[in-house]
Design a protein around this ligand. Sequence first.
Ligand SMILES: CC(=O)SCCNC(=O)CCNC(=O)[C@H](O)C(C)(C)COP(=O)(O)OP(=O)(O)OC[C@H]1O[C@@H](n2cnc3c(N)ncnc32)[C@H](O)[C@@H]1OP(=O)(O)O
Ligand SMILES: CC(=O)C(=O)O
Length: 541
Amino acid sequence: MAAQVKLYDTTLRDGTQGEGISLSVDDKLKIAEKLDQMGVHYIEGGWPGSNPKDMNFFERAKDLSLQQAVITAFGSTRRPDFKAENDPNLQRILDSGVKAAAIFGKTWDFHVTEALQTTLEENVNMIYDSVYFLKENGIEVIFDAEHFFDGYKHNARYAIETIKAAEEAGADCVALCDTNGGSLPGEIASIVKEVKKHVTIEVGIHCHNDGELGVANTLEAVNAGAVHIQGTINGYGERCGNANLISVIPNLQLKMGIQCVTDNQLKQLTEASKYIHELANQIPPNSQPFTGKSAFAHKGGMHVSAVLKHPETYEHIEPEQIGNERRVLVSELAGQSNLLFKAEELGLSLDKKDPAVKETIEKMKAMEHKGYQYEAAEASFELLIRNGMGEDHDYFQLDHFKIITHKEKDGDFTTEAVVKVNIQGQSVMTAAEGNGPVNALDHALRKTIGEYYPLIQEMYLSDYKVRVLDEAEATASKVRVLIESSDGKDTWSTIGVSGNIIEASWHALVDSIRYYFMKQQHQLKRAEPIASIPNAGVKNH
Ligand SMILES: CC(=O)SCCNC(=O)CCNC(=O)[C@H](O)C(C)(C)COP(=O)(O)OP(=O)(O)OC[C@H]1O[C@@H](n2cnc3c(N)ncnc32)[C@H](O)[C@@H]1OP(=O)(O)O
Ligand SMILES: CC(=O)C(=O)O
């Protein structure tokens, strides 16, 4: 179905004006390809008059084979008292070889006299001449009416005069900008409606998010007749960012019935959002609406119970429509529905009436009260459920461990750990060194049980996090250790809590190994029977 509105993405220009966002030319090209696949109609690649990187982007973008998106260059109107044909900024736009350009001009009288320091009349001429010059050179022109809403509120007559000058000079579209991001939805709607009485060309919208209304203001503008929609992926942009297209698109399509991309493109939204976060070196916020990890994550037992009966009880759309998924979290706020959902997800057949359901929930709540947080440690939680169902994954039992840390004045810091465990009735003891207590403990435990379970060599610790649970108690407080492990293919997280960081680490470490052995049970071979090894039973290194 044909699009009823046009999506204009400015991630590569306004998005990079956001603090901490910097993209290489390669990144920009990859993002441009992704935006095209997503169904975006215009991709603002940068400002050719600003820097050599942006110029290089336009040069290399000529080799992209895009399905539909038009690469667009950004720039400003000519400088006061310059001829448009002599203005270096406008010249760079022509040099970039684009078919479309967005140029911004002043529409707020205060900005004309105070920032540009020119006359109101000269500013109108700057707009007219610049648009005319680009149109004369065969370029589609979008006039970005900078500060339009603030300008309109201060001097409506002048603001309208500026956009009429752009229209008369041949602009194809006038995009009304809420540059300072402070307007309210009602103001946006009434001003867009008013503008539509004065111009006949396409009206567009470009909102910033300073009042956290970037998306709402954009949707209001569309309701009032705007058909050209500017925004950025994930809402990157100057100060608090721009209207987030990742939210604008599904709101338009699924709530307002305004077609802008195909249903298949809509399903790529979550993947596209993450991909662009990755290239921009940003950690995706879990709570990002629509595409965040938590956008369809249900934690409260009451919610889970209802969602399992009818998802729409606590979901505003079906997560699959935008390529996201429903998740159920486990915590002290869980009810039996959370547990049953998780069990099913894990392929465990657990009946609602099974006493293990109630017992496991009670045990989990008691552990959470001690400081455990299973939401972040799904492997430990799986062990807890399986344990509740009567499964035994106790591959070894601790007898004791000792850790000695040695530091000499101005000398090296060394740590040794000795671990003694029982494996299938045998007692085994090993020592190992490490660069700290947890590392030494990990090495010693691996050596000890490695003789029996060589599989342990396949897994390793990939992340280790410690959180002090009651900072007020200082060194007497509890610590929560979260360990992430991997075998190069999968990762899993386990947890330990104790008043002692080493004991907390031990619990997380042991859960990690148990979980891996449980998952790889088919490969879990035991080494030579210990009785055949001379002096078997106790090994001292
Ligand atoms: C609302 C927006 O987001 S607009 C986009 C803002 N983005 C950026 O600024 C990023 C890219 N900018 C740059 O690389 C640089 O600012 C450049 C190359 C464009 C200009 O650099 P410089 O020539 O050193 O000027 P500088 O940045 O200090 O100031 C901007 C000048 O443009 C003028 N100007 C501002 N808006 C306009 C306009 N719409 N039309 C013409 N001139 C303008 C300013 O009055 C100022 O002129 P002045 O130097 O005579 O005071
Ligand atoms: C043009 C632009 O980025 C703005 O006015 O915010």
